[in-house]
Design a protein around this ligand. Structure first.
Ligand SMILES: NC(=O)c1ccc[n+]([C@@H]2O[C@H](COP(=O)([O-])OP(=O)(O)OC[C@H]3O[C@@H](n4cnc5c(N)ncnc54)[C@H](OP(=O)(O)O)[C@@H]3O)[C@@H](O)[C@H]2O)c1
Length: 291
């Protein structure tokens, strides 16, 4: 691991080396992740500030906007540096009501990969996550085979349209099934100081050199609410968000963060969270939040 002020780096086996503090672009879109950013110049400034600060991991999807967020990333950051990793995801499209229906047939996945290539303006996508689950809350794993859609992505990788693969909203069995089809460099699931359950998976991925990327590190659309988190933050003279991010970085070396924000000031606060030191007492209290 190389130390830097953004939490160091994590080198995946056979894939990118990611700076651990990254950026998630979903929050740049309009309300309900529909339409372009309200402040296009501001969105471009957030993306460029992140990369200038040393972030080399931008998380996106062509269904954010749709298309609008990839196009902003292209406008802000292309031509992309060799060390910059734009990670996208497929498996859903947007309907006319702003819904997110699954779209996982081999043909639909090919169309989504082609659309990502166009909107990001690249000849090969760096990392593509297959978003699998859903369930009643829309964001949790649902047991079942991912063989057909993941095999379709593995074929697109063999064609050279994708460099590396990952999976999102998956359980451990689905991770194993994906690995039996093609190597993966990342898993992206819902996880934060108040929403846990993937600890065994995270440890297993770490041993294999696979990154784990928790989405909603700050609670997403429902900001983290915990009296314990607030108390620990006050004791450390930090914001609750900074403590929540620092706690995630402390969990495992393979955890990469992609907090989302539409504000340069919030971005800078989030990047600074990598330098927050958690005392043993703080860790004990934080670990108890969702125990
Ligand atoms: N694989 C999946 O299914 C999936 C699902 C959801 C998300 N994701 C990815 O995960 C990324 C992270 O999730 P997210 O952006 O939805 O949620 P998040 O990072 O947990 O939280 C973002 C929210 O926190 C606010 N925020 C950020 N920094 C702040 C700060 N320093 N102070 C106060 N408020 C702050 C943002 O508002 P402001 O804009 O006002 O800062 C925004 O409302 C997304 O961008 C997306 O790339 C993936």
């Amino acid at each position: 691991m190389v130390e830097n002020t953004l939490g160091g780096s994590f080198a995946t086996t056979g894939g990118p080396s990611f700076v651990r503090m990254g950026y998630g672009a979903m929050q740049l879109a309009g309300p309900r992740v529909w339409g372009p950013p309200a402040d296009r110049d501001g969105a471009i400034a957030v993306l460029r500030t992140a990369v200038e600060a040393g972030v080399n991991h931008i998380d996106t999807a062509d269904f954010y906007g749709p298309h609008a967020i990839n196009e902003i990333i292209r406008a802000a950051l292309a031509p992309y540096g060799d060390d910059l990793h734009v990670v996208t995801k497929v498996g859903s499209v947007r309907d006319e009501n702003g819904g997110w229906p699954h779209a996982r047939s081999p043909q639909q996945l090919r169309e989504q990969v082609e659309s990502n290539l166009r909107t990001l303006g690249v000849e090969a996508l760096d990392v593509v996550n297959l978003r699998v689950g859903g369930g009643p809350d829309g964001h949790s794993p649902v047991a079942g085979s991912l063989a057909e859609p993941f095999d379709a992505l593995a074929k697109l990788r063999q064609e050279g349209k994708i460099k590396h693969l990952g999976v999102s909203v998956v359980d451990e069995e689905q991770v194993r099934e994906a690995q039996s089809i093609a190597p993966i460099v990342t898993v992206q699931n819902w996880y934060n100081v108040a929403h846990r359950g993937d600890e065994t998976l995270i440890a297993s991925l770490n041993e294999q050199g696979i990154s784990y990327v928790p989405f909603w590190p700050l609670g997403g659309f429902n900001p983290l609410q915990s009296g314990v988190l607030d108390d620990v933050a006050a004791e450390l003279s930090q914001s609750p968000g900074a403590v929540a991010l620092a706690w995630l970085l402390h969990q495992s070396a393979n955890i990469l963060l992609i907090p989302g924000t539409s504000s340069v000031a919030h971005l800078q606060e989030n990047l600074a969270a990598a330098s927050v030191e958690l005392t043993e007492d703080a860790l004990t209290k934080l670990n108890g939040i969702a125990a």
